[in-house]
Design a protein around this ligand. Sequence first.
Ligand code: ZN
Length: 431
Amino acid sequence: MTAGRARVLVVEDEQTVRELVTLCLTKAGYEVEAVVDGQAGYEAATKRRPDLIVSDLLTPRMHGYELIQQLRATAGTRRVPVIVLSGKAYPADQRKAIEMGASAFLAKPFREVQLLAAVDRALNTPRVHFWGVRGSIATPGRDTVRYGGNTPCVTVERGRDLLILDAGTGLRPLGVALQAEANGNPLNLKMLITHTHWDHIQGFPFFVPAYVPGNKLEIHGPPSLDEPLEKVLRGQMDQEYFPVALGDMAAELEVHEVREPDFELGPFKVQSMYVNHPGVTMAYRVSIGDKVITYATDTEPYRRLVPGAEGGKDKEAAKYASRRDEMLQDLVAESDLYIADSQYSPKDYETKRGWGHTCYRDAIELAIKANVKRIALFSHDPMHDDDAIDRKLAECKDMAMAAGGDVEVIASIEGESIELYDESAIAAVAS
Ligand SMILES: [Zn+2]
């Protein structure tokens, strides 16, 4: 954790368990507040926003399930992780708690080591949250309700550490959540932008934390060809387009152009490279602890574009293109999560070659070659409704399976999180 000790709220009516959990967590260095019922838990959580809640299921005044429901329905506590404790170890109860978003379910009696492992995992597991997954233009409506219509915005988080990737329209709900979670405290935020096409910056003028005095926001992105990055961001807020100017935003804003391939943003280690997309565009490999997330959206394979490269018609061209494509493969190599441009179907690509995006079959091919653990299909095409994305996912899974590797294929879904935990560590504690 970066700022002070992690604060844990314990909700437990059984005195002995409450005291044992409090003692165990205090000894381990956590700051603990303990309450005896669900209602008091909800009030304490909304007032002081803890980093984690450990709650019994059968708590008076508000049942544990209801507590989770209430926390999830409140903007400031929606994303606080919850560990459920229960004397009832029915699989159905466990399933329900996990489905409701609990990080872990501990059946009583549990050992101290199990509690500490669950707490450590809930607080320190890197998480990726998708706030916007649509390419090109926001596409709200009935046809996109399952995968989402907001344009690119992703967060990589570990405890209180947070890195924002891109400022598409998904940045707006992220800003609302962050400001509610801040509970009146100043926010210190860091953002990486891949490029300044509309769909990657249009959420910025609606980013609530940028309007709050005392907040600080660092924006990092590629240098633009004609204008400094700051001027490009400022340009979309000119009075012809928007009622508030960048300079009128009350938070402290710093805009940095990425000049070094490797740099650090707090605990996040970043590797950057230019990718094949109209204008100046970057992909980023982000490491946090021992986990790696590569964010490579808005890119097109060179071998599809360099004249003569496809099919090896021109040997020199093919060699050049494959060298460039291998650079992206190296950036993506061995990622725990590869967030991949996979906008077009093979049929789309017949007419959209040269538009700067990837056919999903090429994205899967790269994921297999780069030996990633998991690929999240990203930058869904605005013309693709939910059913089309279902079909894309199914085809990509078949392709990965046919290749015989163990790459897991998922489609990124707006509003969903992925925890990058280590299965083997959990199994070792549970046994
Ligand atoms: Zn673009």
